[in-house]
Write a protein that binds this ligand. Sequence first.
Ligand code: ADP
Ligand code: GN1
Ligand code: MG
Length: 378
Amino acid sequence: MTKGKNVLQSNLLSITKNNQIEEISSYFCIDGEPETSGQYGNGNVNDTYLITCSDKDDENVYTLQRINHFVFKDPVALMNNFERVTSHLLSKSIEQNHGKDVLTLIPTRDGKSFHLDMDGYYWRMTKFIADGKSFDVPEHDGHAFEAAKAFGQFQANLNDLGEPALVETIPAFHNTRKRFDRFTEIVSRNPKNRLIEVEDLVELFLKHEEFADAIKRPEFPRRVVHNDTKLNNVLLHQTTGKAICVVDLDTVMPGCALHDFGDLVRTAANAADEDETDLGKVQFLPSRFDAIVDGYLMGCQGMLIEKEIKNLAIAPVAITYELALRFLTDFLEGDVYFKTHREDHNVDRAKSQFTLMKSMLTFMEEMEDIIRTKRDLF
Ligand code: ADP
Ligand code: GN1
Ligand code: MG
């Protein structure tokens, strides 16, 4: 694992040779000759490739993903979670939607859910959902509504997953207090001597420590939740905009419903991209929030308890603060976790998220009002 860890740090993830990707694809049960045109999607963690296989009659398309084992320390446990979650969702979906709203794993030729290559990398393949599109920012309120309904339904469908509990693929993932403590530790160690570039930002973040304790997971029901509900982790139909399928199941594990709600608001009620550098464009949009509340409450089907509903408005603030801390910590550590595409990318993200959090805070009363109005409608 040590070798893989070094390779995976600092954006050195890409395998550029398409023929290696095609060779790895051939370990999976696919029909025809695999071909790829390179990386796909806007994920910040795994490497995703589109694989097209043509045989004489038709064309089949798949996504091949290399699991980032610097981030996910136990890919085998992760894939066990993945199999359990998808088969549980499928058992529900067959009545409702004939399985079209669930990711379909393609097994390897020896019947496993992943392929382990010679260099210690773990790969998995799913059927590519051709009609689906990932949006980083919604084009209209309808997109926000659809995404929220899909994530709410996702939680409701997994509410009876039962024992044993899913493995925590990243322990303490949404423990904002721990994220804050790690941030202060890295600030004081200053391992890459980058602190000088962001001192003012660090000061601002430290002043808002109160949000590190805004959502304390043990005080809320422990549910099976997605934990990474940013808008581009749900595929919407490219023309109708209707939700098709929730993707990125790597962090589905025991957690708190509020983090899912909050992270969707963070990404779908923002007028700008997560890494927008023109901070004037970064704004919380109450009409998107309204649509998310509608969709989420509808999808959850009455599952939430009073305490969860009461904290829906603060959840986006807490998670946006958490992300700002994570991005700045990663910058100070030398950009080892999130993929970065330019110099200071993590600083741009941190500034943008902090701006969004401040914008959200100016709408707290409006958010509370929306929740009060909507809570009994569903
Ligand atoms: P990451 O962990 O890197 O974010 P994801 O699992 O979210 O990886 O995949 C990256 C992107 O690839 C998604 O945002 C989505 O756009 C696309 N994607 C993933 N799986 C599929 C699929 N089965 N069909 C269509 N698109 C997919
Ligand atoms: C990562 O993998 P992706 O891009 O869907 C991250 C999320 C962050 C997000 C920020 C496992 O999500 O927690 O919110 O980047 N996933 C992991 O863009 O850390
Ligand atoms: Mg993703």
